[in-house]
Ligand binder design. Sequence first.
Ligand code: 5GP
Length: 115
Amino acid sequence: MTEETLFTKIIAGSIPSDKVYEDEEFCAFRDINPAAPCHVLIVPKKVIPKISDAQPEDAALLGRLLLAANKVAEQLGIAQDGYRYVINCGENGGQEVLHLHLHILGGRRLSWPPG
Ligand code: 5GP
């Protein structure tokens, strides 16, 4: 049985969300507390708690995650002006949800470095 997380519930639809993309491996939905005008989370349906938990057999999945994120950024209309991908890892990385996800942030000029 797959481990249940906040995001498996969102993917299953038992917690409502504003989904913008879904395929057999990934689901993308708008962040409930957006940090930019466009803030979407893209989540592998396979539960990998943290990026540091990824194994060699996840290499292709991680590559496809980036390619799917590129497609979502294009679909959201932020690709031309540019955007940022973020993966938070663990406590110091500010990770709140232990189900690997990539933040797609865009729609305004983002500052660097992050705080
Ligand atoms: P993390 O800090 O783990 O990298 O990011 C978790 C993200 O999930 C946060 O940006 C937070 O706003 C978002 N989030 C938390 N709960 C929910 C929810 O119930 N629905 C949606 N759409 N986003 C959520």
